[in-house]
Design a protein around this ligand. Structure first.
Ligand code: X8Z
Ligand code: ZN
Length: 595
């Protein structure tokens, strides 16, 4: 019913417009009307998505797919209609809104209603399959979900167990392959009907610059940080070789199951295996949390209090009532953490299966960054209610988490005494295992997906090209033989769930730019890894100034607002880790670097 209503409204406007030349005033009315209508549809689809993600059944999946379809189809229709204002001299706000409308989708449904229905159904189904994924080595009683496996990867040093868990989890993605092939076809079709060469090109168009220029920017940034990654990789490889022997080649790729994480995307869990003997800071956040009996609620409260200390309002009461904080025992949910603003105003929520670990402590800060950003821009017109670019959204909470310094932990009573500066190499190494290790992973997923969408990687080479790229960028190798009956990319949430990934690479760079600028605003003159902006109103105001711009202006302006520069730039992350780079290069002397 609603879908017909929307489409008819658009048609009426179109028919009316076709008769004579459109005017700038009509353009303004058109876009203001479109954003209000789309807002309503978007909220309906958010609600259904929430229910589906916190209670996966065939029915919730179908309902959610239907409402997604309705809201996407309407946006596509409006985007197409908006072309009749092309060439008109519009006021800057209207012009930007129309531009954003055309770029707002991560998936565009094709105009054929059957294909549109099929695409949203497949997309919901792939995410559901991932969410329900389990490894059951010895029948249904033995099943391990991703939370169990995450814990195993964090703690186990048994290569056989790790390899089995790795292979077992990656098997959940095999059934996704067929759907994924169709999803690529249909998403491309939808993107082409909107005038993009393919779905990947649509994703690359969202950055206030030419898509090709954006791709070049990424190469530039990667070249800036690659030396640091190579040094870290070489050092970690040599230390893991001490532990695991020839299973880790002296000069080749690191086996992907030995890095403490299912996807080898962050390596901080192997810190104890690679810690500098004379510079270990001597604490572990997981242990600190456990020692003080910190529960999930206290962990979330710590995150909230940090933002409140910067003069942000506390989270609304409904956040505590409506969020999902723990994995329910009686139903399937999508545990992959996410932050929601269901009504695009103040219905902020967290969806997460919190475990009391240092890793989840960081993730909570990450997610709250999304929520506080969402609220900061909620007074803007609906089409401006998003981050400057998607990397900004991912960077905010991480920026705050960079302020979780030893001194901060002392301040909030989790740690008794901060380690002295002689332990900085240990602190930096632990952070590098999180942030530097992540960089090539952040790049590789969409390097692969972009080629898939463009057709350069055909379905019969999906898995082999995945591993070629993982080798090229990350220098890692799978622990077991792979064939084209595997579909390892979809063993990662964002591939199964149609979430673009380059945002996390950008965020990894941007958060250090933000941190450096905010630390400066807070008057911190010490080394960046010891600067915390906790409690600093000046830093809070600077951050908020950027957040409340939403995406009303190109991201370059938002960056200028917070960091005084219009360029994404890796100098901040390099500065931060400069002492570590020097130390790593000393450790690596005479050892092979690269693979
Ligand atoms: O997906 C996430 C967040 C939700 S936006 C938990 N992250 C990426 C991942 O888990 O792969 C955060 C860092 C990278
Ligand atoms: Zn995020």
């Amino acid at each position: 019913m609603t879908i017909r209503l929307v489409v008819c409204l658009v048609c009426t406007v179109a028919a009316w417009g076709a008769e004579r030349k459109a005017t700038p005033e009509e353009a303004r009315k058109f876009i203001d009307d479109a954003e209000q209508k789309l807002l309503v549809l978007n909220v309906d689809s958010n609600r259904a998505d929430w229910v589906k993600s916190t209670y996966i059944t065939d029915d919730t999946e179908a309902i959610s797919a239907k409402l997604d379809e309705r809201s996407i189809a309407a946006a596509v229709e409006y985007a197409k209609q908006s072309t009749r204002f092309d060439g008109l001299k519009l006021d800057p706000v209207t012009a930007r809104k129309i531009k954003l409308l055309r770029l707002s989708l991560t998936i565009a449904t094709p105009s054929d209603p059957r294909e549109s229905e099929e695409l949203t159904r497949i997309a919901a189904g792939m995410e559901g399959t991932y969410g329900k994924g389990k490894y059951c080595p010895q029948g249904p009683q033995s099943c391990q979900d991703l939370e169990d496996l995450t814990k195993l990867f964090a703690e186990s040093r048994d290569p056989q167990k790790l390899a089995d868990a790795w292979t077992g989890w990656h098997a959940i993605a095999r059934p996704i392959r067929r759907d994924f092939v169709r999803y690529v076809e249909l998403a491309n079709k939808g993107a082409r009907q909107l005038g993009f060469p393919d779905n990947g090109a649509m994703w690359r168009s969202k950055y206030d610059m030419e898509p090709d220029a954006f791709a070049k920017e990424l190469d530039r940034l990667w070249e800036q940080v690659r030396p640091l990654y190579l040094s870290l990789h070489a050092y970690v490889r040599s230390r893991l070789r001490e532990k695991y022997g020839d299973a880790v080649p002296a000069g080749g790729p690191i086996p992907a199951h030995l890095l403490g994480n299912m996807w080898a995307q962050t390596w901080d869990n192997v810190y104890p295996l690679v810690a500098p003997p004379d510079a270990d800071p001597g604490y572990d956040v997981t242990e600190l949390l456990k020692k003080r009996n910190t529960d999930w609620k206290a962990m979330v409260k710590y995150g909230e209090s940090f933002f409140v200390s910067l003069a942000f309002d506390p989270l609304p009461q409904t956040f505590w009532e409506r969020s999902l904080f723990l994995k329910p025992r009686d139903r399937e949910v999508v545990c992959h953490a996410s932050a929601w603003d269901v009504d695009n105003l103040d219905d902020l929520r967290l969806k997460m299966c919190i475990q009391v670990t240092g890793e989840d402590f960081l993730t909570i800060h990450h997610e709250l960054g999304h929520d506080f950003y969402q609220r900061a821009y909620n007074k803007l017109p609906p089409l401006f209610r998003d981050s400057a670019n998607d990397g900004f959204h991912e960077a905010v909470g991480d920026t705050i988490a960079l302020s979780i310094t030893p001194e901060y932990l002392v301040k909030i009573g989790l740690l008794d005494r901060a380690p002295d500066p002689s332990k900085d190499i240990g602190l930096l190494l632990a952070r590098a295992l999180e942030k530097i290790a992540f960089l090539p992973f952040g790049l590789v997923i969409d390097q692969w997906r972009w080629k898939v969408f463009s057709g350069e990687i055909p379905p019969d080479r999906y898995n082999q090209t995945w591993w070629q790229l993982r080798l090229k960028y990350q220098g890692i190798a799978p622990p077991a033989g792979r064939t084209e009956s595997d579909f390892d990319p979809a063993a990662k949430y964002h591939v199964a769930a149609n979430v673009p990934y380059m945002r996390y690479f950008l965020a990894d760079i941007l958060q250090f730019q933000f941190h450096r600028a905010l630390a400066q605003a807070a008057g911190c003159t010490g080394p960046l890894n010891r600067c915390s902006i906790f409690g600093n109103r000046a830093a809070g105001a600077r951050l908020n100034g950027m957040l409340e711009m939403g995406q009303s202006r190109p991201w370059q302006e938002a960056l200028e607002k917070i960091a005084g520069t219009r360029e994404m730039d890796a100098s901040a992350i390099r500065d931060y880790f400069a002492p570590l780079q020097k130390w790593l290069d000393e450790q690596n002397r005479g050892k092979p670097v690269g693979w």
